[in-house]
Design a protein around this ligand. Structure first.
Ligand code: PEP
Ligand code: MG
Length: 580
């Protein structure tokens, strides 16, 4: 039977147009139906529970075997804790007693017991015991999946190219996707600058997020068109629509190849003003794309992805090898490594970071690093050691003021001293910058500019903190405005303060990847644009089509406008007029 065509509008997360078959990923929300069962059914339910426990045990043992082979026994031992949860007599007995008493299906009883466990553990003060919480959650979900007969297909193991449909995807889910396997993805929740969206852009996987009802409307096997640029999704298109989109896909490919012709040309305006046009990366796998799109280096290397999708923390040598490889391949251009920026929507199960009420305002990024000198210094040592092999710069995320910057630099100095003592080579003049992504830093950047070698404006966070709008919440996405006058004023303040002290000011937030905003930013005096690799030719085209004088006039006029919408429309209009 032919299924009905449905058109959905969401938030554009990663550009591109794709057409393919849908694959619905099992939802990981812990919800099950409350089903009554007759007394006679109880033994059967107990048997189902035992089967699920045995199946879960086999799965975990298989994972352990795979990890032992690939990464060594030490890493595999982490899963011993998962096996212990499976053998927990109190947990098993609570389920069986609950079943007999309540006469409800085993999924429901098990989930109730699991929730009680999770609640108890999350209130425990002891960090070691609290860490068991993630083991319990992980194993609990696995048992539940086995009870319900659902498998969360591993995204990295898809057999054919499909469009993924999910309620939500974590940044590490997205990081495990590969372009050869995943055509695109759509999700019910999420925002434009969530790390899931950023990762999709980096991997050049078209995506639309915040669709609210995608999982309710799409079935596995449905034909889907994703327009990641416009944020549109068409489910089961009719023949006419299908034909139209096939033509658009061809046209897009033609345009992309035209843009790539700019690859080897410099990012210079018509009146000779040169800017740095670099790329953001999350993983070293993206280097070929950075080079293919003609970026002049890397303006943001989100090093935390190196800590994800693995068991245990990376060693200093592993860090070193990765940074060395990236800097050697990008030489003579430079690579800005952003030190570990965890928290917000990026989590690591192997680190003891408790769940917080306000993760974006919590113990994250530089705050976490300063409290964990061992972890931080291992990374700093690796960066310094790698700086002997290419041009590396480093920057600290989430700097709120000069004190944090000084504390981080103090640790850096201690590491430098250690390397000197051991006669290990490093770049003595390595530039050290501050990310400006918190309003308090943007407002005190005159102080910071005296001690930092450069600034990189992180608008993804700066916008969320200035307007108090969660960057991953689709319900308030309409408030998330890069062109809000408050944001523009902060950006101008940072650029002016940096220039006054003679340091360069860049931007690595997503705002720099939007052509109309790039025009505005150029006019405000931005020196460096660091954008997703695929956006490099787009931004280069803008820069090469205009004069600095024109851009300055646009910025001046924009600053006189009063609303974000007006500024956005005005910049878009100017872009149309100036860039043909
Ligand atoms: C930013 O906040 O703009 C930024 C570049 O950092 P991230 O997106 O990783 O938080
Ligand atoms: Mg940030």
């Amino acid at each position: 039977m032919l299924r009905k065509t449905i058109l959905m509008k969401g938030i554009p997360a990663a550009p591109g147009l794709v057409l393919g078959k849908a694959f619905c990923l099992g939802s990981e929300d812990l919800k099950v139906e409350k089903r009554r069962i007759p007394e006679s059914r109880i033994p059967k339910e107990i048997a189902r529970f035992e089967e699920a426990l045995i199946k879960t045990r086999t799965e975990i043992l298989d994972i352990q075997k795979k990890i032992t082979k690939e990464m060594g026994i030490r890493h595999a031992q982490i899963f011993n804790a998962h096996l212990l949860v499976l053998e927990d007599r109190t947990l098993i007995e609570s389920v069986i007693t609950g079943l007999k008493k309540e006469k409800l299906c085993v999924e429901y009883i098990f989930l109730e017991v699991l929730k009680k466990y999770i609640k108890t553990f999350s209130h425990i003060g002891d960090p070691y015991l609290r860490e068991r919480l993630s083991d319990i959650e992980d194993v609990g979900k696995r048992i539940l999946r086995n009870l319900r007969g659902i498998r969360r297909e591993v995204l990295s193991n898809l057999k054919e190219k499909l469009v993924i449909v999910a309620y939500d995807l974590s940044p590490s889910d997205t990081a495990s996707m590969r372009k050869e396997k995943v055509l695109g993805f759509i999700t019910d929740i999420g925002g434009k600058t969530s790390h899931t969206a950023i990762m999709a852009k980096a991997l050049e996987i078209p995506a639309v997020v915040g669709l609210e009802e995608a999982t309710a409307k799409v079935k596995t096997g449905d034909t889907i068109i994703i327009d990641g640029t416009r944020g549109e999704v068409i489910i089961n298109p009719d023949r006419l629509t299908l034909g139209k989109y096939k033509q658009r896909i061809e046209e897009l490919l033609r345009r992309e190849s035209l843009l790539l012709k700019l690859k080897d040309l410099p990012a210079v305006t018509r009146d000779g003003h040169k800017v740095e046009l670099a790329a953001n990366i999350e993983l070293p796998d993206e280097l070929p794309s950075v080079i293919a799109h003609g970026a002049q280096g890397i303006g943001l290397y989100r090093s935390e992805y190196f800590y994800m999708n693995r068991v245990g923390l990376p060693s200093e040598d592993e860090h070193f090898e990765a940074y060395k490889k990236v800097s050697e391949q990008i030489k003579p251009n430079s690579v800005v490594i952003r030190t570990l920026d965890l928290g917000g929507d990026k989590f690591l199960s192997q680190l003891d970071i408790p769940q917080e009420m306000n993760p974006y305002l919590g113990w994250r990024a530089i705050r976490f690093c300063l409290a964990r000198p061992q972890i931080f210094k291992a990374q700093l040592r690796a960066i310094l050691r790698a700086s002997a092999y290419g041009k590396l710069k480093l920057m600290y995320p989430m700097i709120s003021g000069i004190e944090e910057f000084r504390q981080a630099n103090k640790m850096l100095e201690e590491v430098k001293e250690e390397l000197r003592r051991k006669q290990i080579a490093f770049d003595k003049n390595i530039e050290v910058g501050a990310m400006i992504e918190i309003p308090s830093a943007a407002l005190t950047c005159d102080i910071l500019a005296k001690e930092a070698d450069f600034f990189s404006i992180g608008t993804n966070d700066l916008i969320q903190y200035s307007i108090a709008v969660d960057r991953v919440n689709e319900k308030i996405a309409y408030l998330y405005e890069p062109t809000h006058p408050a944001v523009l004023r902060l950006i101008k303040n940072v650029i002016d303060a940096g220039h006054k002290e003679g340091i360069w000011v860049g931007m690595c937030g997503e705002m720099a990847s939007e052509p109309a905003f790039a025009l505005l930013l150029l006019g405000l005096g931005l020196d460096e644009f660091s954008v997703s690799p695929a956006a490099v030719p787009l931004i280069k085209r803008v820069i090469r089509a205009i004069t600095l004088k024109q851009a300055r006039a646009v910025a001046r006029a924009a600053l006189a406008l009063t609303t974000g919408k007006d500024i956005e429309n005005f910049s878009k209009q100017k872009l149309k007029e100036l860039v043909k």
